[in-house]
Design a binder for this molecule. Structure first.
Ligand code: SF4
Length: 495
């Protein structure tokens, strides 16, 4: 180990970064100025803290060990509290070994002189990187002389429904993970030495790829992609097996669909995309689209929800990460082609489901087809509301029963090469309409809508700001449903 490497203190999150990509940890250490955090990062951190606090609140008598402002005091206090006679759970117990600092989410005494270690996660299942996190802790704990009798990933329970406000008993389950983590822990000394060696060296070479988003979105994607020559119509953009096909054609030095010889793809969708790329002419089966759409009766209601999902359920009867609709937009087209718009938006922070269900029943016509884009989502939202509100169930189920899906019709009957292998409404619209660009909107996608909702319901947000956010959300959701009209009309050659 070089003398310089010691200055790089490590932690379990840094080790996780390295395991995702050595270059990521190198950049975090040496060039943090190049990081570009995505807009949702803060909300994710806040959700993680909320889940951690809830997990701690369920361990009565627990002692929090604060690492700020005095880390040495935290280490000392941890040592005292992990003595053989310890009887209380510990939160954020702090240990260090070989320059690696770990703060253990929860340690519970087993009554026999050992400890149960729980790593708290806000997902509803255990992931591989959770076990790797745990392994780092087990290694440091072992070196600190702490006896660990069991260890688990304590994640949210997807069978849990909030029935009593603020009561999260039953919201977590432990997935035992000691045996899975042990072999990884054994390899930690070697890995830590490798990390130090990398951090002591020059910036590692690594091209961006799938690892840049798994398990976390990397904050250096813009930096790492800056000089890449990107294909205009990459083979990797082909649906489903694009990445494998890209790897196969890369062996021939080909990344561009344009450079693939005609007739090379046997899959019908791939062949259609390839042909559109080579010819520059969009694929458009007007008659095929008409044969389906002609059966969609008037009035046609184009419906889209925006939803929010909290890791810890906030409203009675909801479960972890349940999608709760707080907004919908409905454009209604009559048989004359006249369009009217209806909408619902709840930004008071209260459970929006009852008001949303009532608005659906009141505002969606009682006959005609209801059109959604990727309809399973809208249908599921409505059926959850029906399950919740028995007095509205029949009306809501009747709406759900009339839903059809515009997405597969679009996928089968339209492709423009600028869609880049996607049939999302945001990919399709710019290829058929000059009003198709979402980029100018303050809220331009579902994630931005969720962040706007969270900002609007925050107590510190001013009324003026809430009004601005409401307008942005209304504009965005209405654009989505009007976009469906434009897509449908274009598919059948109506405009
Ligand atoms: S963007 Fe990708 S290649 Fe670059 S540091 Fe992040 S994970 Fe590594």
């Amino acid at each position: 180990m070089s003398s310089g490497s010691r200055k790089f203190g490590l932690s379990k999150s840094k080790i996780t970064s390295f395991e995702q990509c050595p270059k990521r940890l190198w950049l975090q250490t040496h060039r943090p100025d190049l990081a570009e955090l995505d807009a949702g990062a803060e909300a994710r951190f806040a959700a993680g803290h909320e889940v951690g606090d809830a997990a701690c609140s369920l361990c009565s008598g627990g002692i929090m060990i604060e690492a700020e402002p005095d880390l040495a005091a935290a280490l000392q206090r941890t040592q005292e509290l992990t003595s053989a006679s310890a009887q209380d759970p510990l939160f954020e117990a702090t240990f260090a070994h070989d320059g690696v600092l770990v703060r253990v989410d929860i340690m519970e005494p087993d009554g026999l002189g050992g400890w149960h270690v729980a790593e708290v996660k806000s997902s509803t299942s255990r992931k591989d990187y959770h076990v790797a996190d745990l392994a780092t802790q087990l290694w440091v704990l072992r070196e600190a002389g702490v006896q660990v009798s069991s260890a688990a990933i304590r994640h949210l329970n997807n069978q849990f429904f909030l029935t009593d406000e603020g009561n999260y008993h039953g919201a977590f389950v432990d997935t035992p993970s000691l045996e899975d983590a042990k072999p990884i822990a054994l390899k930690r000394p070697k890995l830590v030495a490798e990390i130090r060696s990398v951090l002591d060296g020059e910036e590692p070479a690594r091209d961006p790829g799938g690892h840049c988003h798994d398990p976390f979105p990397c904050e250096f994607v813009a930096y790492c992609s800056r000089d890449l020559e990107t294909a205009r119509y990459p083979i990797s953009s082909l649906p489903r097996t694009g990445k494998q096909l890209a790897a196969k054609w890369a062996e021939h030095g080909i990344a561009e669909l344009k450079d693939v010889p005609a007739g090379s793809f046997t899959n019908a969708v791939h062949a259609r995309i390839h042909e559109a790329v080579l010819s520059g002419v969009a694929y458009h089966d007007v008659d095929g689209a008409r044969r389906i759409v002609d059966d969609w009766t008037f009035p046609r209601t184009y419906l889209d929800f925006e939803t929010i999902a909290f890791a810890l359920p906030r409203w009675l009867g909801t479960k972890p990460w349940e999608q709760v609709p707080f907004q919908f937009s409905a454009h209604i087209e009559d048989c004359e082609g006249q369009i009217t718009h209806r909408e619902f938006l709840s930004l008071d922070g209260k459970d929006p489901r009852r008001a949303c269900a009532e608005a659906l029943v009141a505002q969606i016509p009682q006959d005609g087809t209801v059109i959604a884009y990727n309809a399973a989502f809208e249908r599921a939202c409505i059926l959850r509301l029906a399950e919740r509100f028995s007095d509205l169930a029949d009306d809501l189920k009747a709406i759900a029963a009339r839903i059809v899906d515009l997405l597969p019709v679009t996928r089968e009957h339209w492709y423009h090469r600028d869609q880049g292998g996607s049939w999302s409404i945001k990919a399709v619209l710019p290829t058929i309409s000059i009003s198709g660009d979402y980029a100018m909107l303050d809220v331009s996608d579902g994630s931005a809508a969720q962040l706007a909702y969270l900002e609007a319901i925050a107590p510190a947000t001013s009324e003026v700001r809430v009004a601005e956010l409401a307008q942005s959300l209304r504009t965005y959701c209405a654009k989505d449903t009007y976009a469906m009209i434009e897509v449908l009309w274009h598919l059948i050659g109506a405009k």
